[in-house]
Unconditional design. Structure first.
Lengths: 442, 268
């Protein structure tokens, strides 16, 4: 089949088509290439009845076991899986709410400068409230305090926040909101209330984030908040049109009540937004925020002995496996980095580490934000234990091991040498004063 | 410092708790920890006066629970009498404004009723005092400023200085309360104080049921082809797109790890 350039009519060459179907024909490959318009060996071409034909013999690749494998997902032709990722993002429906009927304000906790799972669930819930009436859609307003840290190579802020379902953004980055600053934050939220008057205020009922701020806000707005909310249903008889179920009495009661303006919401209250992309358009407050007279002063975090923190609670774990031989060096590194020590089962069974430090299926399920696996191969029993870790760093001499596949950053090299280099680096970079202090403590 | 004639006054708000398994009335865990914290202030102060305050009704059902606090070493417990179903905040605010202490210590939430943990916040707003939640230790009290340690998640601590008078709320991270001794508990006195009650009407309109187990979240797989669905169902944990540094010196590797740790802010 060749296109006649002059007339635009598709012309068929039955002989070539016949050769293309007969893969034993000596000219088969050449003809296929011709029909596939130049690609080395055609994988697809238009058949005589206008149906797409595929040649399974030229498709695919030889798998690791020597068998031929055909990837029908279409990924293989595209080359890199990143294409699939991009396609998925592009397939998100773009939604711009130009003139919202009302606002749903959300104050995410932003642990570590990015949206947590709890925040994403909360934004999913906010979308339910905002999108309930398709004719009069509301907009989700997020009030963020402090700096925003993007994922990996600096994904644009609007994109990441838009994917989480945020239409409008109020980003307050001044220093006075850093650390424990409930008074300054409360003043900012009160200003947002005066200026933007959102219909709902949603905060995560989490110790670090909204549990404290949300209760303060509710009292300032003279609202009686619902705390520990985990379910919402539409109910026209209520003032705001919603009824909620909240946990009460230390988690032993379910309270059904009309949804008030301020709600503190538990994790997994709703599914996070996954198929739309919102504008995350930045707003600013017109009023100058008054300088606060603070009666609470944050004197900074206190050094807590990392070894005293239980493994399941630790935020930063340095974990040793069978690849570690220099145990003195490992303990020194953990102390120097201020990390809690963990271990794989082999390290424990061999008697180098105590049993309560074992990470994994038969040890502790850890929740660390940063997990550094030193000389750990990444057996499935071990990987189970680190499922909920955010960032995994692997230091291993074997580039093919499973831990490397799981890791966000992998360094191929000798564990003991890399650890020693890391310790040197940390000690040389640490400010002079602090070094003296830690020596005093030791 | 305070003039020596006047002792440092601390009011501890205590409620009636509920044992999570037997459902029997007991001293509430967080409130007892709060009382423990207040009693421990004696280390920093020459003259300390701790006053425990309970707002509610006193009957045979909660007598042992309230006496549990007396058994921690108090001679008396102020009982602000309130009818059933009353909102205790107005009554507590009145009592505290009438004879203001320098410090109010509360638990972070009650073990029965709404248990929303709003009492300290409502009082702070009414009295206009600063409030610190999750306090685990009072390190010092000096010149009307208290230095505190606040619990953060993951076993971390933060040091705060707060101007007095202030409200501190205490949760499960604070040191455990001492045992309640039976003899002193029986000898201690419940000193009643009449206070007008404001009935909490909204509360009466809500419906209550024992906590239902929350549905487990299902993994929602948005796949367009059978192969993707299969892959998702049979997936092994994979990071995907992690950065792999091979053929680097250990110094370069360490540098990369250091950068990540610094970005995450875990190095201190
Ligand atoms: C029922 C059951 C339950 C289990 N539960 C657990 C559990 O809870 N937790 C757990 O951890 N395991 C558990 N295991 C054991 C698990 O299957 C693995 O055997 C174990 O995790 C492997 O530990 P490892 O990675 O330290 O050792 P190895 O598998 O020996 O891996 C050592 C790694 O170190 C690397 N290495 C070696 N020398 C160096 C060097 N000089 N520098 C850098 N890298 C080096 C190697 O390349 C290798 O990747 C369980 C097993 C069973 C059967």
């Amino acid at each position: 089949m060749t296109d006649d350039v002059m007339t635009g009519i598709a012309r068929r060459d039955p002989r070539k088509e016949w050769i293309a179907r007969n893969r034993l024909h000596p000219e088969h490959d050449r003809v296929l290439a011709e029909l596939g318009k130049g690609s080395a060996a055609a994988i697809e071409w238009m058949g005589p009845h206008g149906v797409i034909r595929k040649n399974p013999h030229t498709a695919g690749f030889i798998g690791p076991s020597g068998l031929k494998r055909i990837d029908r997902s279409g990924l293989q032709q595209g080359g890199a899986p990143s294409v699939a990722v991009r396609a998925r993002q592009e397939s998100r429906r773009r939604i711009d709410i130009a003139s919202p009927a009302f606002l749903v304000a959300v104050v995410p906790e932003m642990g570590g400068g990015r949206l947590s799972h709890h925040d994403r669930d909360l934004l999913g819930l906010a979308r339910q409230l905002a999108d309930a009436d398709p004719d009069r859609p509301g907009a989700v307003l997020a009030v963020l305090f402090g700096g925003y840290k993007g994922e990996g190579e600096g994904e644009p802020k609007e994109r990441a926040l838009g994917e989480a379902g945020i239409d409008r953004l109020l980003h307050l980055t001044s220093d006075e909101y850093e650390g424990f600053a409930p008074e300054a934050r409360l003043a900012a939220l009160a200003a947002a209330e005066r200026e933007l008057a959102p219909r709902h205020w949603l905060l995560p009922d989490s110790p670090l984030g909204g549990a404290d701020l949300g209760r303060r806000l509710a009292m300032r707005l003279e609202e009686r908040p619902a705390t520990g909310v985990w379910q919402l249903e539409a109910d026209a008889t209520c003032t705001l049109g919603w009824r909620c179920t909240a946990r009460g009495a230390a988690g032993s009661l379910d309270i059904q009540r009309p949804l008030p303006r301020v709600a503190l919401v538990l994790a997994e209250c709703a599914e996070p937004v996954s198929d739309t992309l919102h504008a995350a358009e930045e707003l600013t407050l017109n009023v100058e925020l008054p300088a606060n007279l603070t009666r609470i002063e944050d004197l900074g975090q206190v050094a807590v002995d990392p070894a005293a923190i239980s493994l399941g609670e630790a935020e930063f774990i340095l974990s040793a496996g069978n690849g570690v031989t220099d145990w003195e060096g490992f303990h020194h590194a953990a102390q120097c980095l201020g990390a809690t020590e963990g271990a794989s089962r082999v390290a424990v069974d061999n008697g180098f580490m105590p049993r309560d430090r074992q990470v994994g299926a038969t040890g502790t399920w850890v929740t660390a934000r940063v997990y550094v696996a030193v000389g750990i191969s990444g057996a499935i029993q071990h990987l189970q234990g680190i499922q909920s870790c955010e960032k995994v760093v692997a230091i291993n001499s074997d580039p093919g091991c499973d831990m490397i596949k799981r890791a966000d950053l992998a360094v191929i090299g000798d564990a003991n040498e890399v650890l020693a280099a890391l310790v040197d680096l940390v000690e040389s970079r640490r400010p002079q004063a602090k070094r003296g202090e830690s020596r005093d403590a030791a | 410092m305070q003039p020596d004639s006047r002792p440092f006054e601390v009011a501890v708000l205590v409620s009636v708790g509920r044992h999570p398994l037997t459902g029997r009335a007991r001293r509430a865990d967080h409130d007892a920890r709060g009382l423990e914290l207040a009693l421990g202030l004696g280390r920093h102060l020459d003259r300390l006066q701790v006053r425990a305050v309970h707002a509610g009704r006193h009957d045979s059902g909660n007598d042992t629970a309230l006496r549990g606090y007396l058994g921690m070493g108090l001679a008396e417990l102020t009982l602000v009498e309130q009818p059933d179903g009353a909102d205790v905040i107005p009554a507590l605010a009145t009592v505290l404004t009438r004879s203001p202490p320098q410090l109010v210590v509360t638990g972070s939430r009650a073990e029965c009723g709404e248990g929303s943990g709003l009492v300290p916040y409502a009082l702070a707003e009414r009295l206009g005092w600063p409030l610190v939640n999750g306090v685990v230790e009072v390190e010092s009290i000096d010149n009307g400023v208290a230095t505190l340690l606040q619990a953060l998640p993951r076993g971390q601590r933060r040091r705060l200085a707060v101007r007095l008078p202030a409200i501190l709320s205490v949760d499960g991270a604070a040191p455990a309360a001492r045992q309640s001794a039976f003899g002193p508990a029986q000898r201690g006195e419940l000193a009643p104080l009449q206070e007008a009650g404001v009935i909490d009407e909204a509360f009466a309109e809500w419906t209550f049921s024992p906590a239902r187990r929350r549905p487990k979240r299902l993994k929602i797989i948005k796949a367009t082809s059978a192969r993707e669905r299969f892959k998702a169902a049979a997936a092994k944990a994979e990071g995907g797109g992690g950065q792999v540094l091979s053929n680097v010196t250990s110094e370069q590797g360490a540098e990369a790890v250091y950068k990540l740790l610094e970005e995450e802010g875990v190095l201190r």
